[in-house]
Design a binder for this molecule. Structure first.
Ligand code: HEM
Length: 286
């Protein structure tokens, strides 16, 4: 029995006038969701702390300025001031006070790729960043494993997978979100755009994150070097890890936008108590 239909056994007291409350998220999903959220923040921030120690990414198996994809640094100006400069595929942008020459996490400014307010720890501390990162990386891996085992046991991992029959519904769903269409296309617990996002995160970017993270670890590299080779070497593994970071941060932005635009209270309640009130944009079945 699916979570939505199964939960219609518990209509709310005001179900005569309002849509029913349904039991939408199991305890495992709710707990892993919030642990994930915490781990994600720490991993992004400590990851950027680590990046600051070597603020270049090269599409190569070794450090190679000729194959530089991203570099964030500082430049001395003729007037004696310092400018932050971000270079992407050879195109340089002035990013003073934001990237390159920015907050040092100690109330001042310094030559630094990412600012103190977005790194963990805020001040420059590579060893501290590594310790936080690796600790929360394992928390995230354990949490992901628990989520999958829970989902497979409840047989509902399949609900979030994008299927060929969902593809024609992607555009109508986007038009609905843009308010260019009155009704969403028929769908189950998750709409086709949600499925596309969850599928790419769970089956592409999260595995890429873990695999490239493992390849970056000197210990794993020593015992499973073919993994690092598969990713194009350690420098390339850094690039993959960073690409996955950008994708997951993008997903996080879209996720928050959707949560805000489809009812903050209802969505938050569903991730705390599990109860969700069905709305106009929700599907009726699975
Ligand atoms: C959402 C999850 C994660 C995010 C956002 C993230 C982000 C980052 C970033 C931005 C870096 C800096 C890359 C560099 O400049 O070298 C980094 C480094 C690293 N990450 Fe992650 N990461 C995540 C998950 C993981 C996981 C799951 C693992 C382990 C399997 C991992 C292992 C590592 C390692 C070993 C390094 C290099 C540490 C070092 O140089 O000492 N990360 N991560």
């Amino acid at each position: 029995m699916d979570a939505v239909a199964g939960a219609e056994r518990m209509p709310s007291a005001v179900s005569q006038t309002r849509e029913p409350l349904v039991y939408r998220h199991s305890l495992t999903v709710r707990v892993t969701h919030w642990v994930f959220a915490l781990a994600f923040f720490v991993l992004v921030m400590s990851g950027l702390q680590i990046f600051n120690a070597s603020p270049n990414l090269d599409a190569s198996d070794k450090s190679d300025p000729a194959r530089r994809v991203l570099s964030i640094g500082a430049q001395q100006l003729p007037d004696g001031k310092t400018a932050g400069v971000t270079t992407i595929f050879g195109h340089a942008f002035t990013t003073t006070h934001v990237l390159g020459y920015t907050s040092d996490g100690m109330s001042g400014e310094a030559e630094r790729a990412f600012p103190g307010w977005i790194t963990w720890p805020g001040y420059q501390d590579l060893a501290g960043g590594r310790r936080w990162h690796l600790f929360f990386a394992w928390i995230m891996i354990l949490c992901g494993t628990a989520y999958f085992i829970g989902g497979i046991t409840r047989k509902d991992v399949g609900l979030i997978v994008l299927r060929p029959s969902d593809v024609p519904k992607l555009l109508p769903m986007q038009l609905y979100y843009l308010r260019l269409r009155r009704e969403p296309p028929p769908h189950g617990k998750y709409n086709p755009l949600q499925k596309a996002a969850y599928t790419s995160v769970l089956f592409v970017f999260a595995p890429l994150m873990v695999i490239s993270g493992l390849a970056l670890s000197p210990g794993v590299d020593a015992i499973a070097h073919p993994l690092t080779t598969l990713l194009g070497g350690r420098q390339f593994a850094r690039l993959w890890h960073f690409v996955a970071t950008v994708a997951l941060v993008g997903f996080f932005g879209i996720h928050i936008t959707l949560v805000l635009s489809t009812g903050v209270f209802n969505n938050l309640r569903s991730m705390v108590t599990g109860e969700y009130r069905l709305g106009a944009h929700d599907g009726n079945g699975v």
